[in-house]
Design a protein around this ligand. Structure first.
Ligand SMILES: [Zn+2]
Length: 78
């Protein structure tokens, strides 16, 4: 990733639980950084770029309730 973290709130498709997911920026250079552990940790994959310059990301996170992996598509300005 690009050293950014972002988050969002979506609903699990399967059980309807609200997922407050967070994509945590990777800590560089082996620095010791203590993060607040988010409720739902997400992976983000860049899958496209929009005409307005925002990036289309596919967010993948596991529902803590039913363990289903959900994928959400987000347009994020970096
Ligand atoms: Zn669920």
């Amino acid at each position: 990733m690009i050293g950014e973290s972002f988050s969002g709130t979506d609903e699990c498709y399967v059980c309807g639980k609200t997922l407050k997911w967070t994509k945590i920026a990777d800590a560089g250079r082996g620095s010791i950084v203590v993060y607040e552990v988010p409720a739902v940790r997400a992976n983000a994959f860049a899958i496209g770029r929009n005409d307005d310059g925002s990036i289309k990301f596919e967010i993948e996170c596991t529902c803590p309730n039913c363990r289903t992996i959900n994928r959400f598509v987000k347009d994020i300005n970096i």
